[in-house]
Design a protein around this ligand. Structure first.
Ligand SMILES: Cc1cc2nc3c(=O)[nH]c(=O)nc-3n(C[C@H](O)[C@H](O)[C@H](O)COP(=O)(O)O)c2cc1C
Length: 258
C-alpha cells in the first residue's frame, strides 16, 4: 500500500489543490466580470446625473437616463456622428493612433498629451427640448489627471455642475474637489463673455460677490493652488476651440448632426 505521507503524494495533493483553487477563482472572476462592468457603468451614470443635478427631478439615476441621449461627437467638427456610443471606451480611443491627436505644448493647457478625436457626450431632453449638456473633461492636477463631467444648461453658457469621478489629489487638499460645499459653488457660474472668451476659472482665495467678474469665478481650494489651477486649465482646454467649443457653438445654432 502506498504511503499517504510520501513526497510524491504530498506534491500530488498540493498541485491538485492549487488547480482546484485556481479553477474556482477563475470561475468566480469570469462570473463577476459582467457585474463589475455594470457597476462601472452605473458609477459613471451616477456622476453624470450628479453633475447635472438630475436625481431630485427624476427620482433615480435610472429614470434620469431614460431622458439622456448618449452621442459620439467629432470634437474638431463639433458634430454628432453616427457611431454607436455603446462600446465607446476612452482608454481604447487613446490607444488607437487613428482616433487621437497628439497635442503640442502650446495646445496642451490641460496637460493631457493626447486628445481623442471622438468623444461621448450626454444630452438631457425635457419634452423634446435640450435641457442639459454633459461633457467629459480631464486635466492634470498636482499628482495626476482628474477625470470628470461638466454639466451646462441649455443656454450653453451656464454651469450646472462639475463632478470628478477619478483623481489622485491629496485628501483634505486637492481632493476637496469632491467636497459638496465646493461643488455647489459651480452652479450658475458663467463660462464665456459676450465675445466667446472663456472667463470661468478657480481663483486664489474667496470670490468677492460684489465684483462683476464673480459670476465667472469659483473659490480656490485652500492649500491646493496647484489642483485649483489644474481645474481652471482643464476647463479652459475643454471649453476652448480644441475642446467642445465647436460643438457648443453648433448646438447654439442647432446644427449638430454630421
Ligand atoms: C503631502 C502633500 C500633499 C499635497 N497635496 C496637494 C494637492 O493635492 N493639491 C495641491 O494643489 N497642493 C498640494 N500640496 C501643496 C503643494 O505642494 C503646494 O504647496 C500648494 O499647491 C500651494 O498651495 P497654496 O498656495 O494654497 O498653499 C501638497 C503638499 C504636500 C506636502
Amino acid at each position: 500500500m502506498q504511503n499517504k505521507d510520501s513526497i510524491k503524494n504530498t506534491i500530488f495533493i498540493g498541485i491538485g489543490l492549487c488547480l482546484v483553487c485556481a479553477a474556482i477563482i477563475s470561475i468566480i472572476a469570469v462570473g463577476l466580470k459582467e457585474k463589475q462592468k455594470n457597476n462601472a457603468i452605473l458609477d459613471q451614470q451616477k456622476k453624470i446625473v450628479a453633475a447635472a443635478d438630475l436625481e431630485s427631478f427624476y427620482g433615480s439615476v435610472n429614470n434620469a437616463f431614460t431622458s439622456i441621449e448618449e452621442k459620439i461627437i467629432d470634437i474638431e467638427a463639433g458634430l454628432i456622428t453616427n457611431q454607436s456610443s455603446e462600446k465607446y471606451d476612452l482608454s481604447k480611443e487613446l490607444r488607437d493612433p487613428n482616433r487621437f491627436i497628439e497635442l503640442s505644448s502650446a495646445e496642451d493647457i490641460a496637460t493631457i498629451k493626447k486628445r481623442e478625436k471622438f468623444s461621448k457626450v450626454f444630452l438631457e431632453y425635457r419634452e423634446s427640448q435640450l435641457n442639459t449638456v454633459i461633457l467629459p473633461v480631464r486635466g492634470y492636477g498636482l499628482w495626476g489627471i482628474l477625470y470628470g463631467y461638466l454639466a451646462i444648461s441649455n443656454d450653453l453658457n451656464t454651469i450646472v455642475g462639475l463632478e470628478f469621478y477619478d483623481h489622485k489629489e491629496t485628501p483634505g487638499l486637492g481632493a476637496e474637489v469632491d467636497n459638496p460645499k465646493w461643488k455647489a459653488l459651480w452652479r450658475g457660474k458663467r463660462i464665456y463673455d459676450e465675445n466667446g472668451k472663456i472667463l470661468i476659472k478657480v481663483i486664489k482665495g474667496k470670490v468677492d460677490n460684489s465684483m462683476d467678474m464673480s459670476s465667472y469665478e469659483v473659490d480656490g481650494l485652500s492649500g491646493a493652488t496647484l489642483t485649483s489651477k489644474g481645474v481652471s486649465n482643464l476647463l479652459a482646454y475643454w471649453l476652448g476651440e480644441n475642446g467642445f467649443k465647436p460643438f457648443l457653438d453648433n448646438l447654439k445654432k442647432e446644427k449638430i448632426n454630421g
